[in-house]
Design a protein around this ligand. Structure first.
Ligand code: NAD
Ligand code: ZN
Length: 368
């Protein structure tokens, strides 16, 4: 997902990776957005704000620094982002305006990914589906800003934006994909419902376990992964009621967890969860939790702690979601999952194909 699997085999090819341009962190830092955007505004070209539809009519919407002919769009994130959705937004904007000054995505991982993808499609021809893969994007996008309202995915720092297209679910991975600016204001995550906050937060926890337990691990990934893991433990095993401290820590955990996998890779939970998501539409955070619940064989300590966190926070993890599926449906999930080669290689090593056979993976899917 983040780089080709030959990266770690050839020690001469270290990834020279593109990072986010500017980062502001702090409670209330959202108020600086107007000033941050000012130098990016081009005469006559609107700034486009893509706001998670959850915030429609909210106090946060009132605080968006709209000026001149700026555009406010709501991101419908009922389903995870699709290439058709990205194309529709980008084509509409292209038809209405010669150019736009930039796009600001305010929301969870889905909204941030949509904003990244629309930014790229403003300056690249064709459909976003043409760019699902690695380093296919040819031109930089328009100026883009990410402002998370949920913590965990690491989408704020990653070089991808995950999209479901006509034939696959895969990101537009490129050096043009990371945001130019991110605004990390933990106040924006304050009202997230406990279940959603947990599922998205566990995405970060699972990033840490998969990175730290993976064969691609290096000191760079380890440094970020260990810190993110510690923050997740402090947040999800805390005996104090949820408060500001928790939101602050989880927002930084998400950032650091994202940095950790940027230089390593995710593993078994993500590879299996992609299969669920493709066939059943299971969302990323909850899908990872459903899978993690059954991965004792691969991540014994991480799964034990995950279960402790589930119990401690009174969260329900669905079970039996693969009951009644046909052989053909299991095959589809197995194909999608085994296609995530770098993830398996990171998790199980170069000989992963001998370890994770189709039969073994089928047995794992049946347990979910
Ligand atoms: P999400 O963005 O899908 O949002 C989940 C739900 O929470 C939505 O209903 C949304 O409206 C709501 N929501 C958002 N902020 C809220 C708030 N503060 N209070 C209450 N509700 C709020 O959830 P997510 O887990 O952040 O993101 C998942 C998406 O991120 C998936 O599409 C996944 O593919 C993607 N992802 C991307 C990367 C990457 O590197 N680009 C990494 C992991 C996941
Ligand atoms: Zn993830």
């Amino acid at each position: 997902m983040y780089f080709r699997s030959d990266y770690n085999l050839n020690r001469m090819q270290f990834r020279n990776f593109k990072m986010v341009g500017y980062v502001v962190f702090g409670r209330g830092s959202f108020n600086q957005l107007d000033g941050i955007l000012a130098p990016q505004r081009k005469a006559g070209a609107p700034m486009v704000f893509l706001l998670d539809h959850y915030f429609k009519g909210s106090a946060l919407e009132q605080r968006i620094p709209l000026r001149g002919n700026d555009v406010l769009l709501y991101a419908d994130v009922t389903y995870e982002p699709k290439t058709s959705q990205v194309d529709a937004i980008a084509n509409d904007l292209k038809q209405q305006y010669d150019t736009i000054s930039g796009i600001v995505g305010i929301g969870g991982g889905s909204t941030m990914d949509l904003a990244k993808a629309v930014s790229l499609m403003m300056n690249n021809p064709g459909s976003s589906a043409d760019y699902q893969g690695w380093d296919l994007v040819q031109q930089p996008g328009v100026y883009k800003v990410g402002i998370p309202t949920l913590s965990g995915t690491g989408a704020e720092v990653s070089r991808t934006c995950v999209l479901t297209g006509p034939t696959r679910k895969l990101g537009m991975n490129s050096d043009f994909t990371p945001f130019d600016q991110i605004v990390l204001d933990p106040e924006l995550a304050a009202n997230a419902p406990a279940n959603q906050r947990f599922y998205t937060g566990m995405d970060c926890y699972i990033h840490c376990i998969e990175s730290l337990e993976g064969t691609f691990l290096n000191e760079f990934s380890k440094s970020y992964g260990e810190k993110a893991l510690q923050l997740c433990q402090e947040v999800f095993l805390s005996n104090e009621p949820w408060g500001e401290k928790h939101d602050d820590k989880l927002m930084m955990a998400s950032y650091a967890g994202g940095m950790s996998i940027a230089y390593s890779q995710v593993g078994v939970a993500h590879a299996v969860s992609y299969g669920l998501s493709y066939l059943l539409g299971t969302k990323h955070g909850i899908g990872n939790c459903i899978v993690m619940n059954h991965l004792e064989e691969y991540y014994p300590a991480g799964v034990a702690e995950f279960k402790q966190m589930v119990a401690h926070n009174n969260i329900d993890i669905p079970t039996g979601i693969c009951a009644g599926l046909t052989d053909e449906q299991f095959d589809t999930m197995i194909n999608v999952s085994l296609g995530m080669k770098p993830l398996w290689e990171n998790a199980l090593g170069k000989d992963w194909e001998q370890i994770m056979t189709r039969e073994k993976l089928r047995a794992l899917f049946e347990k979910l």
